[in-house]
Design a protein around this ligand. Structure first.
Ligand SMILES: *Cc1c(COP(=O)(O)O)cnc(C)c1O
Length: 386
């Protein structure tokens, strides 16, 4: 992302008050405190400002995938409890221990590497056991659980680690009634019982992602671990939980011009004007995260009116058909590609509209905004550390 100006050609505006609202909605529905998941640079919203806003709104912990993401938050002065859960053999666990990051381990090999780093640095590591209770992705495999449990007990007795939590991740959170959800929760409880028999009792269990936190309060253990919902996207398309989208992508209209009937528009002339018309050019393209696949299948809101995108989306720009009368649009007007609808105004497009058009999920749309989009924050304090 490039540096800020007052009126960027392409703006990714993040409303931190929406993040705060969404944290409260999720915590209330889940009946449990929130670990705010801010991986992937806060799903494309900026991990540090989102983390601060979420903590200020009552989130009690943070979660990320890579340890490097955790270290970035620490470097920004954020000292809240922070868990990272995706490691490789090259992960610098000593740095994670030094930064007080809760290291969620997915195998006895990862645990051994953490224990070795703890011994080397002479510091007790904070550890979460990430158990594969049916996700079939990361997490401790069933056939490695018994050994990992024994290793955890030994490492804790030795003082190399403190087992802080146990977690698993749901494969069907977005299908609230799927039987796997309850099975996975039972699997986590059973793993916790195994450890209790070895004399190890973690402070917290957590498994619920956004959809589970919003729809299955019975699965909330000590904490819930939402990401998407905090950004105001519904984790179950079609269900409205009163969340407010935090990210609005808008562009300044670069050019307005008349073109005659029969004129092809953009590469390959995939759209040909059916009549004399007026087009607008927006400075947003696929290099900024507008998927080329939505070419000709999306609308943009300008001054409360919707205008269709026409022709191919290019790397840097896209074209709108404003109609023969130009729709009252002028160069310099702001066009909303997707985002939150201000109270009392006509509905603006949402990230999920793009996602559904091209067969993906809004997670991919919002976390994919990049390139020339300039991030700006409204509705909150992005200042000092929490
Ligand atoms: C990404 C992630 C989450 C958050 O998932 P959402 O569906 O965005 O709420 C929670 N836990 C783990 C392990 C994750 O990887």
């Amino acid at each position: 992302m490039t540096t800020m100006t007052d009126s960027p050609a392409l703006a990714a505006t993040v409303d931190l008050s929406a993040i705060a609202h969404n944290v409260r909605v999720v915590a209330e529905r889940a009946g449990a405190p929130v670990i705010a998941v801010v991986k992937a640079d806060g799903y494309g919203h900026g991990a540090v400002p989102v983390a601060r806003a979420a903590l200020a709104a009552g989130a009690v912990e943070l979660g990320v995938a890579h340890l490097t993401e955790a270290l970035t938050l620490r470097a920004a002065g954020i000292d809240a409890h922070l868990t990272s859960w995706l490691h490789t053999p090259g992960t610098d666990f000593a740095a994670g221990i030094a930064a007080g990051v809760d290291l969620a381990i997915s195998s006895p090999r990862q645990l051994a590497a953490v224990v070795a780093a703890a011994r080397e640095t002479g510091t007790t590591a904070i550890v979460t056991a990430k158990v594969d209770t049916g996700m079939g992705r990361s997490g401790i495999a069933p056939d490695e659980w018994a050994q990992t449990a024994a290793d955890l007990a030994r490492a804790q007795a030795e003082g190399a680690i403190t087992l802080r939590a146990m977690m698993c991740h749901l494969a069907f959170g977005d299908e609230p009634d799927h039987p796997m959800n309850s099975q996975q929760a039972a699997g986590l409880d059973a793993a916790a019982a195994d450890l209790a028999r070895l004399g190890v009792v973690p402070e917290a269990l957590h498994l619920s992602n956004s959809p589970a936190a919003l729809t299955r309060p019975d699965l909330s253990r000590d904490l819930v671990r939402p990401g998407l919902a905090l950004y105001g996207c519904s984790p179950i398309p079609g269900m409205d939980f009163g969340l407010i989208p935090a990210l609005t992508l808008s562009a300044e209209v670069a050019l307005v011009k008349k073109i005659p009937a029969g004129q092809g528009v953009s590469y390959g002339h995939s759209w040909i004007t059916p009549r004399d018309t007026t087009i607008a050019v927006l400075p947003a393209g696929y290099a900024d995260g507008v998927p080329r696949l939505i070419s000709g299948r999306f609308e943009v809101s300008i001054n409360g009116r919707r205008f269709p995108g026409v022709g191919r989306i290019c790397m840097d720009q896209l074209v709108l058909d404003l109609g023969p009368d130009g729709g009252g649009v002028s160069e310099g007007d702001r066009a909303v590609l997707f985002g939150a609808t201000p109270a009392g105004e006509p509905e603006v497009p949402k990230a999920v509209d793009w996602a559904e058009t091209i067969g993906t999920i809004d997670y991919e749309i919002v976390s994919g905004i990049r390139g020339r989009a300039q991030r700006r924050y409204v509705g909150g304090d992005t200042g000092g550390p929490v």
